[in-house]
Design a protein around this ligand. Structure first.
Ligand SMILES: [Zn+2]
Length: 217
């Protein structure tokens, strides 16, 4: 296996990879798998990554690396959600299978669009296409930062919780909800209100959704 293509796997399998890439396939696969995760499908990926990591540790062979693989998966999951939302507003289900003319009309199968029956690219906000698949044996390119990584503003690791005041706030915009402090179940409810806020925020919607995905999925 030389290329990892997130499109070949179910959403459940991609999320499974995010959790387990780099772990020993024997260990991971001896437990029962989550719904939607096919053992044969995930084994090849887990084994390949495990082996590449072994070779890197023992022989110093470079490969694309787990972080880049995870970035490729995160991008696909994010795009998948975006496509779903776009399609709810009338766009074709898989926008990269079309070309888009200057008036914003899609043309399925137009020159430069993804060919065949499978998605292979996503389109960024400037209209540029990027491949979703990742070549595993190419080492990381020095100094290269993919457009979807925003190193100057990493996503927070948790919500802003003030146990004394009994508030839970969105760390991105400060949206706050109260709960009766001391109650774990009320805190959980407050957290889920913030989760709902993250999914529906109008201000910086993508960053809000990214944080929702990071903290709640
Ligand atoms: Zn917010």
């Amino acid at each position: 296996m030389d290329v990892f293509d997130p499109v070949k796997y179910s959403l459940a399998e991609n999320k499974f990879f995010l959790k387990h890439l780099g772990e020993s396939p024997i260990t991971v696969l001896k437990d029962s798998l989550p719904e939607g995760v096919n053992a044969t499908a995930v084994q090849e990926v887990l084994s390949t990554v495990y082996q590449l990591e072994e070779e890197r540790n023992h022989r110093g062979w470079v490969w694309a690396g787990i972080e880049k693989l995870k970035a490729s998966i995160e991008t696909y999951l994010t795009e998948w959600i975006r496509w779903k939302e776009m399609s709810a507003r009338g766009a074709p289900r898989f926008p990269s299978m079309h070309t888009w003319d200057s008036r914003g009309r899609p043309h399925r199968g137009g020159i430069g669009s993804d060919s065949g029956s499978k998605i292979s690219t996503y389109i960024d906000k400037d209209g540029n296409r990027h491949k979703l698949a990742l070549s595993l044996r190419d080492g990381p390119v020095e100094g290269f930062i993919p457009s979807w990584i925003k190193p100057e503003a990493p996503l927070p690791d948790d919500l802003d919780i003030d146990m004394d005041a009994g508030t839970v706030a969105c760390p991105l915009c400060g949206w706050t909800t109260n709960y009766s402090s001391g109650s774990q179940s009320q805190l959980n409810l407050a957290r889920s209100r913030v989760a709902k806020h993250l999914k529906s925020a109008k201000e910086e919607p993508e960053r809000h959704r990214d944080l929702w995905q990071k903290l709640f999925t």
